[in-house]
Every structure is written in structure tokens, then in C-alpha cells.
Design a protein around this ligand. Structure first.
Ligand code: NDP
Ligand code: HSE
Length: 445
């Protein structure tokens, strides 16, 4: 029997995720209440337009456009509006009125997280955000609680479903990026403005959230290095496949030591990368997400599943709701974000990794030695070189002008970003290099 009073739940947003949360809460409320130890009463759903079509039937009497009145009557506020404003103001209003808050809003957390966490700490409230990274995949709570006794060394994440879907389609069907994006948009994976997906902004927001949690350090969104997938070509995908790699848009959060200054800190970056086909992340297909994590004691862990979707994301939101309700029953202040480590957040230039560089070069004696010299002059150690005749403009196959040009595929040992950038600049200036066809980082070896 539930002895605790009914907790009043305000839902802000009745869109893809909000409508599913409302339906599941109304349908499974008694069971969730038993798990939480308190009744869970949905007191209203704030939307922009009461007459707008919804993916589930939200009872008309629950719908309102007066978000503020709803917030001020609630014990727990679920924010599923998205964007920065009015979501930020509504969350602050909820916290300052003593409510706990649940949000899936990665853009808001990555931009204004510290302000919201501070506000919650001031009043002893708690902000829950399991759905903000990886949709249905439990990753926030594992980082925050399960791994609180360990040291996370590195995270490699596929955290944007749209770009994974696109790269996977390019890899498996040879579809162009533009056409694959149109399919992803039609299937509802992409953000309203798909630039957020394609150019890596969405993944960068998630990287900032993951890195902050993993390293107990506030990692501002501006410090996350970001490259999207808009310049990835079918030729690169094909070359990668031939060399035993797949191209994935990765969010990489890691502890790093700057190779020049020796400063120890953390870094977060988002960019396309070559991943060996045998790595678990290479097997993440379609719009799925996965977070591969290396911890000092736990070793390698992987979290995998649906990174988006209304009902899938609703699962994570409702998990947070049960946690928030349990906390009400137990009482006491919320647990503040752990940012005590306050490690330096280092720029991409402090990172070292491996690279694959594809060059179209003049096919004549001495060229290989000259190019090897460019690498060694810039302190980049070459691990492997493969040569084929042809221009290198397409996949590594012979082409009509094979008599005068050759393609070199050069794999490096670990090198710093700065050394690699200097190498590429020198290659571009070299008389024997017709063009630098592709430069990609190699991760997961
Ligand atoms: P939608 O755009 O589908 O829904 C947004 C909802 O918010 C709509 O019901 C809209 O009302 C309402 N709304 C917008 N502005 C206001 C306002 N000013 N006042 C009151 N209500 C407002 O978004 P999603 O459900 O897709 O996403 C919600 C959140 O979840 C976002 O932060 C998103 O990043 C996050 N998320 C989404 C995932 C997904 O797969 N969709 C996955 C993981 C996270 P109306 O319906 O009347 O227009
Ligand atoms: N557009 C996002 C994605 C939705 O493709 O992953 C989930 O955050």
C-alpha cells in the first residue's frame, strides 16, 4: 500500500517525447507509483497550441498553454519543450518553487547546465536528465552513480542517430549523403534543423554533458572541438572499407596530457573517424547509439540501443520520474553535480591520435622518399604506406590517368594535432603532391 501523498507532476511539452510520457504515465501510473512509493498524478501538459495534432490522445482537460501556473502547482516538473528559452526560465521557475526537474534537453544542459545545477543545489532540488544523451540508453546514471567509484579514462560515443544512419546507408548501399539525409529526415531522426545533426552540434552538446559527468569537471560546450560529416565522401567511405575501417561520427571524451607542455587535463571532441571493423562501435548500425567507455577498474564497457524516438526516450524520462518520486519519499536534499576535480579542459591541439592520409602524388622515382621526409621533418611517424596507381580522386582503384599519378594511403603512429596539421600543410605545398585527398583520424585501435 502506498502511504505517501500523491506527487503532482507537471509535463511541459506534448510533442514526440512528451505525448509518449503522458500516455505511459496515464496507462502505467499505478505500477510506477508502486515502484516509487508515492502516487504520481499528472496535473497538466503545457503546450504551445492546444489544438495541434498529437501522437497520443492526451485528455483535453490536461492540456494548457499556461505553463507557469502548472509549474507553480507541481512537486516534479518534466521539461520536454526543447531549445533554450523558455525552457531555461521554466526550469529555473520550477527549481525556485521547490520542485525537482526532469529534462531531456541536451542543448539547454550543454549551454546553461552550471546555472541550472547551481540553482538546484541552492534550494536542495535535483535535476534529472537521463534522456538527454543516448535517448533510451542508460548512460547518465551509470556515469553518475555506478561508476562513481572508478576512474573513467576515455569515452568513444556514437551519440547522434541521424549521422550514424546516414554514414551506415552510405557504407551499405552507396547512397549519397544528401539522399541518406532525406531518408533520415523522413523517418523523424533528424533535428528540426538537420544542421545540428550533420555538422555535429547535437553530438557536441552530448559530448559536453558526458565529459562533465565522466571527469567530475565542468566541460563548456565552447571547448568541445567539432567537425561534422558534411565533407565525408562516398570515396572516403569506400577507401575506409577497403582498408578495414568504417567511418563513424564519434564524440570522444578523454583524459589527455599535452605533448608539449605536459599539462594534464581532459578534452572533448566530435569528428568523423575511421573505426576498425572489428571494434564494437563498427557494428552500431542505423540510427542506434552506443557509448564505449574505458574505465581504470571496470575495463571496457559498452552501452547500446535506441538513441532517439518518442517512446524510447519516454522510457528514460519515466525512469527519472520514479527516481525523483523515491527521493521525495525518502526526503533530504538532492545530490549536487560532482565537478570538484575541476581539471583543465584542453584544446584539440593537446590531443594525440593516429591518422590516415590519402594523397594523390606524381608517379615518379623519389616521390615516396620525399613524402616520407615531409612526415619525419614534422615529427610524424609513418606506420604503413600503400600505393596504387591512379589519381586518388575516387576509390583506390586504377583510373585513366594512371600513367602520371599514384595514390598513397599513409597510416601514422600517434601524432599530435599540431604536428599533423603542419605535415598536411607541407604536403599541400609539396611539388610532388597533386592533392591531399583525405585526412581522417583513426580511433579505437
Ligand atoms: P517536439 O518538438 O516534438 O515537442 C515540443 C513540445 O513542446 C510540443 O508539444 C510543443 O507544443 C511544446 N512547446 C514548444 N514551445 C512551447 C512553449 N513555449 N510553451 C509550451 N509548450 C511548448 O520535441 P521532442 O518531443 O522531439 O523533444 C523534446 C525534448 O526531448 C527536446 O529537448 C529534445 O532535444 C529531447 N529529445 C528528443 C528526442 C527525440 O527522439 N525526439 C530524443 C532525445 C531527447 P505544440 O505541440 O503545441 O507545438
Ligand atoms: N537528432 C538526434 C539524433 C535526436 O539524431 O540523435 C536524439 O537526440
Amino acid at each position: 500500500m502506498i502511504e505517501y501523498r500523491n506527487l503532482r507532476i507537471a509535463l511541459l511539452g506534448g510533442g514526440s517525447v512528451g505525448a509518449q510520457v503522458a500516455e505511459l504515465l496515464l496507462k502505467n501510473g499505478d505500477e510506477l507509483a508502486s515502484r516509487a512509493g508515492a502516487g504520481l498524478e499528472l496535473i497538466g501538459v503545457a503546450v504551445r497550441d492546444i489544438a495541434a495534432p498529437r501522437t497520443t490522445d492526451i485528455p483535453a482537460h490536461l492540456l494548457t498553454t499556461d505553463a507557469t501556473s502548472l509549474i507553480l502547482s507541481a512537486d516534479i516538473v518534466i521539461e520536454l519543450i526543447g531549445g533554450l528559452e523558455p525552457a531555461r526560465s521554466y526550469i529555473l521557475q520550477a527549481i525556485n518553487s521547490g520542485a525537482d526537474v526532469i529534462t531531456a534537453n541536451k542543448a539547454l544542459l550543454a549551454t546553461h547546465g552550471p546555472e541550472l545545477f547551481d540553482a538546484a543545489e541552492q534550494v536542495g532540488a535535483q535535476l534529472y536528465y537521463e534522456a538527454a544523451v543516448g535517448g533510451a540508453i542508460p548512460i547518465i546514471r551509470p556515469l553518475r552513480d555506478s561508476l562513481a567509484g572508478d576512474t573513467v579514462k576515455r569515452i568513444l560515443g556514437i551519440v547522434n542517430g541521424t549521422t550514424n544512419f546516414i554514414l551506415d546507408l552510405m557504407e551499405t548501399t552507396g547512397e549519397s549523403l544528401e539522399s541518406a539525409l532525406a531518408t533520415a529526415t523522413a523517418l523523424g531522426y533528424a533535428e528540426a534543423d538537420p544542421t545540428a545533426d550533420i555538422e555535429g552540434y547535437d553530438a557536441a552538446q552530448k559530448a559536453a554533458i558526458l565529459a562533465s559527468l565522466a571527469f567530475h569537471t565542468t566541460v563548456p560546450l565552447e571547448s568541445v572541438y567539432r567537425e561534422g560529416i558534411s565533407s565525408v565522401t562516398l570515396a572516403q567511405v569506400e577507401s575506409a572499407r577497403k582498408a578495414g575501417y568504417v567511418i563513424k561520427l564519434l564524440a570522444i571524451c578523454e583524459r589527455v596530457t599535452d605533448p608539449v607542455t605536459g599539462v594534464e587535463g581532459v578534452s572533448a571532441r566530435v569528428h568523423p573517424a575511421l573505426v576498425p571493423t572489428g571494434h564494437p562501435l563498427a557494428a552500431v548500425h542505423g540510427a542506434n547509439n552506443a557509448v564505449f567507455l574505458e574505465a581504470e577498474a571496470a575495463g571496457d564497457l559498452m552501452f547500446y540501443g535506441a538513441g532517439a524516438g518518442g517512446i524510447e526516450t519516454a522510457s528514460a524520462v519515466l525512469g527519472d520520474l520514479v527516481s525523483a518520486a523515491r527521493r521525495h519519499v525518502i526526503g533530504g536534499p538532492g545530490v549536487a553535480e560532482s565537478t570538484h576535480a575541476n581539471l583543465p579542459v584542453l584544446p584539440i591541439t593537446s590531443v594525440t591520435t593516429r591518422y590516415q592520409i590519402i594523397l594523390s602524388v606524381v608517379d615518379q622515382p623519389g616521390v615516396l622518399a620525399e613524402i616520407a621526409g615531409v612526415f619525419s621533418d614534422n615529427g610524424v611517424s609513418v606506420e604503413a604506406v600503400a600505393q596504387s596507381a591512379g589519381s586518388g580522386a575516387g576509390p583506390l582503384a586504377r583510373t585513366d590517368d594512371s600513367s602520371s599519378t599514384a595514390t598513397l594511403v599513409i597510416g601514422t603512429h600517434e601524432a599530435s594535432e599540431a604536428a599533423l596539421a603542419a605535415t598536411v600543410a607541407a604536403l599541400e605545398a609539396s611539388n610532388v603532391v597533386s592533392s591531399v585527398v583525405s585526412v581522417l583520424r583513426v580511433e579505437g585501435l
